[in-house]
Each structure stands twice: as structure tokens, then as C-alpha cells.
Write a protein that binds this ligand. Structure first.
Ligand code: ADP
Ligand code: MG
Length: 302
């Protein structure tokens, strides 16, 4: 199959409202009046971001989900994306499962695939998403006294990856945790609802403490987290115990749940308040009144 046949078969016809989509030298889209364009890119590489034997539907889903999650953290509405795909060979069953899952997620959020590039080499996927917004949420807007909130339960994805070798066991908790790693749900609706209400936001990709550290650094303040307020899932506690669950919730990455700050007078349904912003630089952890030390703060590539 030629590169053009491959693109036509698996990646064409999903360009939605693009004026020019897949098939020309570049894509052309019209931007609604007075909106901001919000752009994010993320690469996922086999053996680095996901294990070698990850099923193709998960590879496709995750590659787009992690990018949508960045737009969620800005409060933007995703509209289009491009796909730079490097594959070792043309495995039709692999490509079909990859493309169906990726485009299924794209369809769910109304995002069009407007272009890309297809090359041969070790499996790697780079996606660029384009969103629109009237106003965005940045990392730098938090103030001392703001409450720290989580949009979901942290630690599950890291536990799923840690249990990778046991993924085929018929254990509901393990299956749940592995799925949290393979199929993270981008919190687009929550992000949109936070615009004008949250003072700062980020999505958790490197770990709660590491990513909260980014908000603190950008905002010029610190944070204090109450460990007993961490919303730990039953599956996580069941599989790794309470101590392991805390540690994964604090330093495990790949959750793609939103972490945000807001004035203490505001409340957010289905979200969890876990602490507050302070004047003292850094992220301090407390087990009730006792300071708590974390050995391993989060994932860093370099
Ligand atoms: P060029 O040589 O001009 O870079 P390509 O042969 O790389 O063009 O791509 C042809 C068309 O197919 C372009 O519109 C490009 O954006 C699109 N395309 C290539 N690969 C993909 C892909 N994996 N997914 C979606 N569109 C793709
Ligand atoms: Mg090209």
C-alpha cells in the first residue's frame, strides 16, 4: 500500500469543518470572530510513554486524549488536530484498530483530523490540537489562600502501569486501573466550566506534586496538601494498600485529571478540595498536623 492509500484508507474524511483538510499541502480552517486559538502538541513514543505491547486502540486513544487534556487545562474547546504518525510497518489490523479508536474519541469531542504526516520508523505519534476560547485559564493565576482542587482521583493510571504484567488477570480492580492508564478521559467539560472561576489550572501528567509545583512556580506561591483529603479510588487502595495509594496519588503520572485553584468561597461539584495555596514556596504535604516527606516527586524525562 502506498503512503497515500494508507492516508486515504485510515485518516481521510474526518476533517469536519475545515475549509481545506487532508489532501493538500496544508490545512485551512476559519476561526470564529474574536476567539483565541489555543494550540498544544504532545508526542507519545512506544517504550517511553506506553509499553511495547500496548493494544493499538489504546495507543490511538491515549495519543489524542493527552493532547485534549492540555486544552482542557486551558479551558479551551478543541476543534481540530494534526497527526504525525511513525509506524514500523503497515499492519492493517493494527492501523484499523488505532484509527477507529482515535477517530472515535475525536468524534466524541467534535474534533476534526485536518492533516498530518506518515513515516516509517519506531512507533511514535505526535498530535497537535487546536482549540478556540474567549478566555483561558493559565498556570500563573493562583494566590495564597486559594483552595487547591482535583477534578478526579489521582494515582490510578500509575498503578495500572505498575500492574501491567497482571493486566490479563480477571481482577476488576486491576482491569479498572490499567484502563485508567490506557484510556484517560480528557476533562474538557470541566475545563470549560472553570473559565472565569478557577485562578489557575494544569492537567496531571507528571504527578500531582510535580504539577502542583508548576502552578506554584508560575504563580509565585506555595501549596499545602492534606493527605487525608486525597480522593483515593477503592481500586487503588485495594490493589496497593493505603500507603502505596498515597504515594502513587502524589507522584504517579498519567492521570490527566485537572488540578486547579480557586478562591475559597467557590465550590465545584464532583471535584475534591485537597489543600490550599500559601506564601511559602514549594509543595508541603501534611498528614493531619504532621509534615510528610515524599521520596519520589514525579516523572521527568531528563
Ligand atoms: P506533503 O508531501 O505535501 O507533506 P504528505 O504526502 O505528507 O504531503 O501528505 C498528504 C496529505 O495527507 C496532507 O494533506 C497531509 O496533511 C495528509 N496526511 C499525511 N499523513 C496523515 C495522517 N497520518 N493523518 C492525517 N492526514 C495525513
Ligand atoms: Mg508530509
Amino acid at each position: 500500500m502506498s503512503e497515500f492509500d494508507l492516508i486515504a484508507r485510515y485518516f481521510s474524511g474526518f476533517d469536519r469543518d475545515a475549509e481545506i483538510g487532508v489532501g493538500d499541502d496544508a490545512a485551512v480552517v476559519a476561526i470564529p470572530d474574536n476567539k483565541r486559538v489555543v494550540v498544544a502538541t504532545d508526542t507519545t513514543i512506544e517504550g517511553v510513554h506506553f509499553p511495547k505491547d500496548t493494544p493499538p486502540d489504546a495507543v490511538g486513544f491515549r495519543a489524542l486524549a493527552v493532547n485534549l487534556s492540555d486544552l482542557a487545562a486551558m479551558g479551551a474547546t478543541p476543534q481540530w488536530f494534526t497527526l504525525a504518525l511513525t509506524i514500523p510497518n503497515e499492519d492493517a489490523a493494527w492501523l484499523r484498530a488505532f484509527s477507529d479508536s482515535l477517530l472515535g474519541l475525536a468524534n466524541r469531542f467534535g474534533v476534526g483530523l485536518i492533516g498530518g504526516d506518515t513515516t516509517r520508523g519506531p512507533l511514535s505519534i505526535t498530535i497537535t490540537v487546536f482549540g478556540v476560547a474567549d478566555e483561558v485559564i493559565v498556570r500563573s493565576g493562583a494566590s495564597p489562600g486559594d483552595t487547591v482542587w482535583l477534578g478526579g482521583r489521582p494515582g490510578d493510571a500509575a498503578a495500572g502501569l505498575a500492574c501491567w504484567a497482571r493486566r490479563n488477570e480477571s481482577d476488576d480492580d486491576i482491569r479498572y486501573l490499567v484502563d485508567r492508564f490506557l484510556f484517560p478521559e480528557p476533562q474538557i467539560a470541566l475545563g470549560q466550566a472553570l473559565v472565569g472561576r478557577a485562578s489557575a489550572a494544569i492537567d496531571i501528567s507528571d504527578g500531582l506534586v510535580a504539577d502542583l509545583g508548576h502552578i506554584c512556580h508560575a504563580s509565585g506561591c506555595g501549596a499545602k496538601i492534606q493527605l487525608d483529603q486525597l480522593p483515593l479510588s477503592d481500586a487503588l487502595q485495594g490493589v496497593v494498600g493505603e500507603v502505596g495509594a498515597r504515594s502513587l496519588a502524589l507522584s504517579g503520572g498519567d492521570d490527566y485529571v485537572l488540578l486547579f485553584t480557586a478562591a475559597p468561597t467557590l465550590a465545584f461539584e464532583s471535584c475534591f478540595a485537597i489543600g490550599e495555596m500559601t506564601t511559602r514556596a514549594g509543595v508541603a504535604l501534611f498528614d493531619r498536623d504532621t509534615p510528610y516527606e515524599l521520596e519520589h516527586k514525579g516523572y521527568a524525562h531528563f
